[in-house]
Design a protein around this ligand. Structure first.
Ligand SMILES: Cc1cc2nc3c(=O)[nH]c(=O)nc-3n(C[C@H](O)[C@H](O)[C@H](O)COP(=O)(O)O)c2cc1C
Length: 507
């Protein structure tokens, strides 16, 4: 038997049969006077909160003009309502009427009944096997959606937009705490056209009252750093934006996000968990919101959650792979497999973003040179995020001792350590890492600095804030020196400008 031919026949026949059954069910229905396309438009609007025309057009992959014609008919038929947003009359929102909701529910019931009937002859085991096989085929087609992937010779670092926010060079500098990426580094990166990101992790570590009034010191320093970075790019029309990285596992998360927006941050980037609360805190559409994810599943969850709860889509998504620095989004035992699947995961996440109107994918973790960036882009990245490469720059806010630890380290000096908050972290081997890993010694916590929610100071082997602050104050031996897997490749102190020139050469 020619298996390929047979599978092709089955797929084509299945597709046509399902379409015909849908059409017949609609014709038989006395209450519904809609075409299949109209039903699918209702499904894209969904029963949740009102959506903008752009959101629905993006999900259906049609132009807003085409959608406007379709919506006018659906409004007339009584399935959809629409209205202009009072604060911005250019935006039209649409939602389902009760009749529209009932129709979508009926259509979903029809689909479920159809599948139940179709598999009724199969045993439970066969049904599961069938589901797994068909899911493999489905994944293949999802991946094909990303096969428009650019061929190598068409690759270049092109400007991208987050809505109206322009990013002339598609390079994000990763937020690096504690004290590694503050106003100086962020300002320098933005001045070169990339996205400069200030770390919102214990940003007040060098304030005189940090020990006594940690949150106040952090907010004061965070606001000051944002203003300094914005001042550094003022008047440069080719500059990129200034963002802040605030981990959603941070205590006082809401206060830090609010303070950042008040100080003028243009982008809020949040990882270390799913930032489900972020759109509810930021409220304004002027500040761009970017979640950091480690899988296509997490991407799907955040899109669903933000859409349902906040009627908002991410302005971009950052996928951070397992070669990154700092806390990692994978369990230690998952790291090798996650790295094997790194490029596959890029294509899977890209497929999740296909239906959103404009949501660039930024990829980080192990991007060190232009070839790394172009390779990620050939799999679907629109921009890259780099942390490690920016540490050994003149402008990086970390002390020289911290940068020197990067310059001195060999590949075998880079290890995975257990952070008190449960996630693994990547760092440079030193007296501190020996003490808490090999020797299993604890550093009793005298005072909790209130940094990350998952930490229990009574049980934690050390205080992560104290360890990172020691490194940020120049003790690169007794402090925790976070780094990416490529830190051993850093062999000189360079200027941010040199890195951008290298990446833009031949573009
Ligand atoms: C020293 C250092 C500190 C970091 N701190 C944070 C942090 O506080 N929050 C965060 O989300 N990511 C943090 N990261 C991750 C970076 O933002 C970046 O995404 C990642 O390091 C990219 O991989 P690369 O270092 O291989 O370029 C840190 C990375 C480094 C090297």
């Amino acid at each position: 038997m020619d298996t390929v031919k047979k599978i092709n026949e089955i797929l084509v026949s299945l597709f046509n049969s399902v379409l015909k059954m849908e059409e017949r069910a609609l014709q038989d229905s006395t209450s519904v006077n809609l075409s299949i396309t109209e039903i699918h438009t209702l499904e894209a609007i969904g029963a949740g909160k009102p959506k903008t025309m752009t959101q629905v057009a993006g999900a259906l992959k049609i132009s807003v003009g085409t959608l406007t014609v379709a919506i006018s008919k659906l409004v007339k038929k009584g399935y959809v309502e629409r209205s202009r947003v009072s604060e911005d009359r250019r935006i039209v929102k649409i939602w389902l009427t009760e009749q529209g909701k009932a129709t979508v529910e009926e259509h979903q019931r029809f689909h479920e009944a159809m599948v139940r009937d179709a598999i009724s002859e199969l045993t439970e085991e066969d049904a599961i096997r069938f589901m797994q096989s068909i899911e493999t085929i489905n994944q293949f087609f999802l991946m094909q959606k990303t096969k428009h992937l650019k061929s190598n010779d068409s690759l270049e670092l092109k400007p991208i937009n987050l809505g109206e926010l322009k990013i002339p060079v598609p390079i994000f500098q990763g937020g690096m705490g504690i004290g590694v990426s503050m106003s100086r580094l962020a300002g320098a990166v933005a001045n070169c056209g990339g996205v400069g990101v200030i770390s919102g992790a214990q940003s007040g570590y060098s304030e005189p009252d940090f020990e006594k009034s940690t949150v106040e010191a952090n907010i004061r320093a965070l606001k000051r750093n944002i203003k300094e970075a914005l001042a550094a790019v003022a008047g440069n029309s080719e500059a990129g934006p200034i963002g802040v990285n605030i981990m959603c596992a941070q205590k006082n998360y809401e206060e830090y996000v609010t303070a950042s927006i008040e100080a003028g941050a243009q982008i809020i980037i949040s990882g270390a968990g799913l930032p489900t609360a972020l759109p509810g805190i930021s409220k304004t559409e002027n500040v761009k919101l970017i979640p950091i994810v480690s899988s296509a599943r997490a991407t799907g969850l955040i899109i669903k959650n933000w859409g349902k709860k906040h009627n908002r889509v991410p302005d971009a998504v950052i996928f951070e792979g397992p070669l990154a620095g700092g806390h990692l989004g994978f369990k230690e035992e998952q790291l090798d497999l996650a790295q094997e699947n790194f490029y596959k995961t890029i294509t899977e996440i890209k497929a999740e973003l296909q239906d959103l109107p404009n949501c660039p994918l930024i990829v980080g973790g192990g991007i060190f040179n232009k070839a790394d960036a172009l390779k990620a882009m050939s799999y679907g990245a629109d921009a890259v995020q780099m942390g490690t490469r920016f540490v050994t720059t003149e402008e990086c806010d970390a002390p020289m001792e911290f940068k020197q630890a990067y310059l001195n380290c060999q590949e075998q000096d880079i290890l995975i350590i257990k952070s008190p908050v449960g996630m693994p972290g990547r760092a440079i081997k030193n007296s501190f890492s020996n003490k808490v890993s090999n020797e299993g010694q604890k550093e009793p916590i005298k005072k909790c600095n209130g940094c990350l929610i998952p930490c229990n100071p009574a049980e934690a082997p050390y205080c992560i804030t104290d360890a990172l602050v020691r490194a940020a104050r120049g003790d690169a031996d007794k402090g925790l020196v976070f780094c990416g897997a490529n830190a051993y490749k850093c062999d000189k102190i360079e200027r941010v400008e040199d890195i951008f020139e290298e990446f833009m050469a031949g573009n």
